[in-house]
Design a protein. Structure first.
Length: 381
């Protein structure tokens, strides 16, 4: 039997010059496009495309989308907020009667003023309106968390009076893509690490009073930040810290794309990883990626008690106390981090447990059937 043909499109190639030049993608498209596509090839004939759309399908909009919809049975794309691109996609999809799925892993209606995306998605902006219209017109949405799905479902119903089909497909892990963790040497120096994009300054600032307190209490403690704080935001994030502690805060650059990112994390000598989140509609749409990535290097994680970390996702536990810790308030953050700082055996045990738990419960190979069930349902309509 001939396999259905599916085109998966990643759109974050334009985020920086490196990605554009090298046709590369970031972490979002790795988790939402590249990895699902790899495991869906068992059931479907799948192609992935990014900035090379016109190279592969035609130089004009009409030629490009005509060829796409004559070739593929379904188009699965990351979010589109460009009016011309969205209009062309939806027009030709309707003309050829082919379904389109929009994959979303952030709450674009709740982006906060201190985040880069706010300049595009502030209330009343054109992109916000285009995005709202687009999610109402595609055949289905795919989201990474239940709160995200519920938010978009309610928005589309309230604004457009449409009951939209939304599939919750959680971000997973592929252990083969991460360098094998090295056994950590126990030294006097203890390092707490944090990695993330520049959209998390408010989350990081949330826990900085505790990091400052612990740096004061433990002269052998260091705090390293990978990728999430730049020269513009550093002053705001660290403005209330004791000046004597600033020389034990190290800022490191991330990678411009997913390429080399797992290897960069592997080089960090972190004893503890943190995943702070302010509890609001935006962060409840986030997923448990940081915990999974820390786990790949057997780094014990302390995370905020916010949806993606402390509740089961589709029946599968995330942080459960043995494979990581959740903190409910600042005092809780202090006690749990301090316990890990003074207890190297606990750090090792929790890191080992997290690694085995993610390996045994959160692999794409174990969850790919959820994408298949969604696709099959859409194709049968």
């Amino acid at each position: 039997m001939k396999k259905p043909k599916i085109l998966m499109i990643y759109t974050d190639w334009a985020n920086n010059e490196y990605r554009t030049k090298n046709k590369a993608f970031g972490g979002v498209s790795y988790y939402r496009i590249a990895k699902p596509a790899q495991y869906l090839k068992e059931w479907y004939d799948i192609d992935i495309v990014g900035p090379d759309m016109k190279d592969k399908f035609g130089s004009t909009v009409e030629e490009m989308w005509t060829k796409v919809f004559l070739t593929y049975d379904l188009v699965w794309t990351k979010q589109i907020d460009n009016a011309q691109a969205a209009a062309a996609l939806l027009f030709f999809a309707d003309y050829f009667k082919k379904p389109v799925v929009l994959d979303i892993d952030d709450n674009y209606f709740e982006v906060k003023p201190d985040q880069p995306g706010y300049q595009y998605y502030y209330p009343g902006s054109q992109k916000r309106a285009i995005f709202s219209s687009t999610i109402s017109l595609v055949d289905a949405l795919a989201v990474s968390t239940m709160p995200l799905g519920e938010y978009y479902k309610n928005h589309i119903k309230k604004v457009h009076n449409i009951d939209k089909e939304i599939f919750v497909l959680p971000n997973c892990n592929d252990i083969k893509d991460f360098p094998k963790p090295k056994k950590r040497k126990q030294t006097e120096k203890i390092t707490i690490g944090y990695m993330g994009s520049i959209t998390h300054n408010a989350d990081l600032k949330l826990v900085m009073p505790i990091i400052d307190k612990l740096l004061t209490e433990f002269p052998n403690l260091f705090f390293e930040v990978l990728g999430s704080v730049n020269s513009q935001s550093a002053g705001e994030v660290f403005e209330d810290l004791n000046e004597k502690n600033l020389d034990r805060i190290i800022l490191k650059a991330g990678t411009p794309s997913w390429d080399g990112y797992p290897e960069l994390i592997a080089k960090q000598e972190w004893d503890i990883g943190i995943a702070p989140l302010v509890d609001d509609d935006f962060t409840r749409g986030k997923s448990h990626i940081k915990w999974m990535e820390y786990a790949m290097y057997k780094i014990p994680c302390v995370a905020s008690k916010v949806y993606p970390y402390f509740q089961p996702i589709d029946g599968v536990d995330v942080i459960n106390g043995s494979n990581g810790l959740v903190a409910d308030n600042l005092q809780d953050w202090y006690l749990k981090l301090k316990n890990l700082i003074v207890n190297p055996a606990l750090r090792q045990e929790m890191g080992d447990t997290a690694y085995e738990y993610v390996k045994n419960n959160w692999q794409y190979s174990q969850h790919a059937h959820k994408w298949k069930e969604a696709i099959d349902k859409i194709l049968k309509k």
